[in-house]
Design a binder for this molecule. Structure first.
Ligand SMILES: Cc1cc2nc3c(=O)[nH]c(=O)nc-3n(C[C@H](O)[C@H](O)[C@H](O)COP(=O)(O)OP(=O)(O)OC[C@H]3O[C@@H](n4cnc5c(N)ncnc54)[C@H](O)[C@@H]3O)c2cc1C
Length: 419
């Protein structure tokens, strides 16, 4: 799985991006018998797909995403039966601090139509969390939601895809597309051309830059989110918890991934101004969850060319991996967790990291074909929740590319909703 693998001359499907979206699609297409090549400019899952919290949840999604999330739960279990992706149905609890929280959760639950999620009153929440020192008002709980391990999952699914014949090329950026008229006929990689019957752009936070070079407008921005890893508490807690201002989940090795809700930053860049009309409503209404910042990132982004030639080095080779530094506020997530769960009193921070989330104005992904470029498909903009649904996204995109009816309705994820 590296750049020394000779490039194929022709494949049925070329996939741009080796995160969970590209790899899960490659797995499903390969299992259907298609010849598939994945091109990743860095290493597999080097960006969002290895940096996330690892939550696999149906809870509190936009309800149009719930069918994908339910299907993903089945597919994670199926994957885990084939190879270790770290999937565990730990259960997920969204804790409520107030009656308003309880009201909002129960309203969502009534619309979501889930069969096993339920509201817990204060006593039931306390019974589930004997280690807490807070008098929670109650909780929204799903016993079948859980976690998978971002550190291994995408590579493990890639291994399954490879066993079905998929070629995976790391350190191999795609610079642009080959076409005949408007019809896409392949990709130009940094190591040469590959013909393809169809191309999927699953480039995460790079998708706007790539599609912009083709004249396709994708109103996508980046948000920086930070995470820490802490050592285990004196008494382990298995259930995955959102405590309103912190989150925490147990890893396979017993450590905990902890984060804070208001430690995400959106750097103001030239694209923020270009896309102002799309984002202003969400910026005004986000209640401080994402902080806007103006600084050197504006001037760095200004230097990135928006148009480039496929025969010369592109921005995709100049920056193989987005690796932003964690926000200074990240460490306070542990303090908040310790306040709510004193058993974490002696936990130490082992590691902190950050990742750029590919956001869309309505926080929903684009999963669609591109009318203007027959043969081109896009799956991107998962807005901070694409890991958990990744296997179902891969299945649905494989069905779409294979000209079959996707098993979930992709209507809400059309590209045309922004035009
Ligand atoms: C801190 C954090 C916490 C999160 N927590 C969760 C969570 O708990 N649950 C959840 O469901 N989601 C979570 N997410 C979101 C989730 O990680 C993403 O939605 C998901 O990983 C997106 O996968 P992807 O494959 O679409 O994108 P990515 O994983 O970003 O992969 C895109 C890949 O494309 C490559 N690429 C781009 N352009 C090119 C090119 N031209 N040529 C070749 N390769 C290219 C990139 O190098 C990259 O590896 C979180 C994200 C972050 C950052």
């Amino acid at each position: 799985m590296n750049q020394t693998l000779p490039l194929p001359k022709h494949v049925d499907v070329a996939i741009i991006g080796g995160g969970i979206t590209g790899i899960a699609t490659a797995y499903h297409l390969s299992a259907q018998g298609a010849s598939v090549a994945v091109f990743e400019k860095g290493t597999l899952a080097c960006e969002q797909s290895s940096r996330n919290w690892g939550w696999v949840r149906t809870l509190l999604r936009d309800v149009v995403e719930v069918p994908l999330a339910v299907r993903a739960g089945t597919l994670w279990r199926d994957l885990q039966s084939k190879i270790d992706v770290g999937f565990r149905a730990s259960g997920i609890l969204y804790l409520a601090k107030s009656r308003q929280d309880m009201h909002a959760y129960s309203q969502w639950l009534a619309r979501a139509g889930l069969t096993d999620a339920r509201m817990l009153d204060a006593d039931a929440a306390r019974a589930m969390l004997p280690l807490t020192s807070v008098d929670w008002e109650g909780a929204l709980y799903s016993p079948s939601d859980g976690v998978a391990e971002p550190g291994i999952a995408t590579r493990a699914i890639a291994e399954l895809a490879r066993r079905k014949g998929c070629c995976i090329h790391e350190h191999c950026a795609v610079r642009g597309l080959q076409s005949s008229g408007s019809r896409v006929t392949g990709v130009w990689t940094e190591h040469g051309p590959v013909q393809a019957g169809a191309v999927l752009l699953a480039g995460g936070a790079w998708s706007r830059l790539f599609s912009g070079n083709l004249g396709i407008e994708l109103p996508q921005l980046k948000v920086r989110a930070s995470v820490l890893r802490a050592t285990a508490p004196s008494t382990p807690m298995d259930v995955t918890v959102n405590g309103k201002d912190f989150t925490c989940r147990r890893e396979a090795d017993g450590n905990y991934v902890v984060s804070q809700f208001n430690a995400s930053y959106a750097d103001i860049v030239p694209d923020s101004l270009r896309l102002l009309r799309h984002y202003l409503p969400s910026w005004l209404g986000n209640n401080g969850l994402v902080k806007l910042r103006f600084g050197h990132e504006f001037f760095r982004a200004l230097r990135v060319p928006r148009r480039f030639d496929t025969q010369a080095v592109t921005p995709f080779e100049q920056q193989r991996m987005l690796n932003p530094s964690p926000a200074p506020a990240t460490a306070s997530a542990l303090t908040k967790l310790q306040h709510a769960f004193p058993a974490f009193r002696d936990s130490r921070i082992l590691d902190m990291w950050s990742g750029y989330i590919d956001v869309m104005p309505d926080a929903l992904p684009v999963m669609d074909h591109v009318d203007a470029c027959p043969g081109l498909y896009i799956a991107t903009g998962f807005s901070g929740h694409g890991f958990g649904i990744g296997p179902a996204v891969g299945e649905a995109m494989a069905q779409l590319i294979d000209q079959r009816m996707p098993s979930v309705d992709l209507g809400p994820f059309s590209l045309s909703r922004f035009s």
